[in-house]
Design a binder for this molecule. Structure first.
Ligand code: SF4
Ligand code: SF4
Length: 604
């Protein structure tokens, strides 16, 4: 079996390299002069996709169908303005094979950031050699053995420990975010309705979202939860204190209903958020009202129920952070469980000189995953034996923990992959009709979009996943293993690929639109201010030529993590024999196919 895997890997590598060289080499040919008549109208270019040969020089003759638009080719610095009634001409040398995105660079309405078209330079081998690389990565990751590595405890370093034990630490992290949050709410309520020039939409969906997905989640898991301003006012009110520890909280402290002690409420909230994603992310007022709604619900639940039930059970972003935090290279755990067994106070769970764990976690009881740990450091402050550790560890370490896998977490993992796919089509694709369907412009198209979206994320993808579990069990010859268990367990293997895809998608959306951040800093309400002299920052601010390479690297890294996790999970279900290796094939193939689908969307 190993020899077969090695042969397949070498074959895939050779194929990938040949296709890559063929694709890159094709760029040297001399080509034709090609003229393309292009129409720009809210919010698509027509034709949405133009195919030429490598070496061609493409002259676009562009006319606007409605308002003033821009035409900018990502990564080339080529940009022009298209005025109504006037033809704009711009020439783009199609040097290398691949896909170039052109986009509107003059704000033209709510969906302006997603008005894109595609210039495909043939022979575009990116999806092919990308696919070959994915097969290779899939097989190599599946064949590799996991190694145990030491996990250094950051809290052992005195300055770090001193800092983590300060009661003011969390307040210091939350306070600036609360100030930003206030401006975001104000800008959404009283500022311009144009999303691209309003602090509310740009700061939340470009600056914060980019930072969250590209930095905080992959490196810190739920680190954002330690500084999130949304639950802070409720928590402070319920505790009757902002910084200091108060033994008798003021809130009613009722128990959260048992039937809702799971992630299904967060799943429902996230489903609504992603279904209305285009409306929420482009309308400042909607963004503002949504965040205000979160803050009000968080306030209410803090005053009525015990601890942070909003963060534990209700928050849609918390659900997303929870499942992806399992991949983070940082974990907070009890240091020595033998000390915990002797401990009488169990202060990390019950509280003591600090508050009890706000999400009902019990580090001393053998907490094994990051999912519900907000990194609030209360347990670190409460433990009388200094027995709580903040460790650095390998990426994705929690995926190897077999105990405690749950259906609600598994469905969240599937929902997130499906959503990354759907939103890549809507926001990065050149198809204007699907953008208008998702933009809630009319009831019937929106219902069609809803059917398609829900059918994919709640029907198609889970059905495929179930089929993979059944095939894997059949090939492994282990009919005694319950299919439901395999369905749940296998969904955890999707997490690294899901996060890689979200990172690639986020980068493709955020990077070209990053110039709006300095603009709204100077003019947060869109009222014509220029506070810091950055209101006129231009689109060409970001170098975008390397974007496809980074996206491919993120997808490959995600796939690598997923197949390695799959190998561990399949081993836990079927043991280490030949049956397990056969059982791995459908799951690894499924993961490669999903990664390939993303590659085709991004590069094809
Ligand atoms: S308070 Fe400290 S020693 Fe006691 S159970 Fe919790 S982590 Fe362990
Ligand atoms: S386990 Fe500790 S750091 Fe994590 S949420 Fe609970 S108290 Fe906070």
């Amino acid at each position: 079996m190993r020899r077969l895997l090695a042969l397949l890997a070498v074959g895939a590598l050779a194929g990938g390299v040949v296709l890559l060289l063929a694709g890159v080499g094709a760029g040297a040919r001399a080509g034709r002069e090609v003229e393309v008549r292009l129409f720009a109208g809210r919010y698509e270019f027509s034709p949405p996709r133009v195919s030429v040969q490598a070496g061609d020089r493409v002259t676009f003759r562009i006319r606007s169908r409605d308002v003033t638009h821009g035409f900018a080719v990502e990564g080339t610095g080529i940009e022009t303005t298209v005025l109504p009634g006037r033809e704009a001409r711009v020439t783009v040398p199609a040097g290398r094979p691949g896909k170039l995105r052109y986009r509107c660079s003059v704000i033209c309405g709510p969906l302006h950031p997603f008005m894109v078209g595609e210039l495909v330079v043939e022979p575009n081998r990116w999806p092919l050699w990308g696919g070959a690389l994915m097969v290779l990565v899939g097989f190599l990751a599946g064949a590799g053995a996991a190694r145990t590595t030491p996990r250094p405890d950051l809290a052992r370093w005195r300055p770090v420990r001193w800092l983590l034990r300060r009661r003011a630490l969390q307040f210091a992290l939350i306070a600036p975010n609360l100030a930003f949050f206030t401006v975001i709410i104000l800008a959404g309520l009283v500022g311009t309705a144009t999303g691209a020039t309003n602090f509310s939409t740009i700061f939340v969906w470009i600056a914060w979202w980019g930072l969250l997905v590209l930095v905080l989640i992959p490196l810190g898991g739920r680190l954002w939860c330690a500084m999130c301003p949304i639950p802070a006012p409720g928590e402070w009110l319920a505790r009757g204190a902002i910084v200091r520890h108060r033994a008798r909280p003021l809130g009613l402290g009722l128990a959260w209903p048992r039937r809702l002690q799971n992630l299904w409420p967060a799943f429902g909230a996230l489903l609504l958020l992603v279904l209305f994603g285009l409306v929420v992310t482009t309308r400042p007022l909607v963004t503002s009202l949504m965040l205000l709604g979160f803050a009000v619900v968080a306030l209410g639940t803090h005053l009525v129920f015990e601890r942070r039930v909003f963060c534990r059970y209700l928050c849609p972003v918390g659900g997303l952070l929870g499942v992806y935090s399992m991949l983070a290279p940082l974990e907070l755990r009890a240091g020595d469980l033998a000390v915990c067994r002797e401990c009488r106070t169990k202060a990390c769970f019950r509280g003591g000189d600090a508050y009890p764990c706000p999400t009902f976690q019990f580090p001393g009881g053998g907490m094994t995953r990051n999912t519900y740990c907000l990194l609030c450091t209360e347990c670190l402050k409460a433990c009388p034996y200094d027995n709580v550790a903040l460790r650095v560890r390998p990426f994705g370490a929690d995926l190897a923990v077999a105990r405690g896998r749950r259906a609600d977490e598994a469905w969240l993992a599937l929902l997130l992959v499906g959503t990354a796919l759907a939103h890549s089509v809507i926001k990065l694709g050149p198809w204007g009709f699907i953008k208008s369907w998702a933009n809630l412009e009319a009831a019937v198209p929106f219902l069609s979009y809803t059917g398609l979206f829900l059918g994919t994320v709640l029907g198609g993808l889970p059905a495929l996943s179930l089929g993979v579990a059944w095939l894997s069990r059949t090939l492994a010859g282990a009919r005694e293993v319950p299919l439901r268990r395999l369905f749940v367990d296998y969904a955890y293997a999707l997490l690294p690929l899901g996060l890689g895809a979200w990172m690639a998608f986020t980068l493709a959306v955020v990077a070209p639109n990053l110039s709006y951040v300095p603009r709204v800093l100077s003019d947060p309400f869109g009222w014509g201010w220029d506070l810091f002299g950055t209101r006129a920052t231009t689109f060409a601010w970001m170098p975008l030529a390397a974007l496809p390479w980074v996206e491919l690297a993120l997808l490959l890294a995600g796939l690598w993590g997923s197949v390695r996790a799959a190998r561990t999970i399949v081993g836990q279900a079927f043991g280490d024999g030949a049956g397990a290796r056969r059982g791995l094939l459908p799951l690894a193939g499924f993961l490669v196919a999903i990664a390939w689908a993303f590659a085709v969307l991004y590069f094809g």
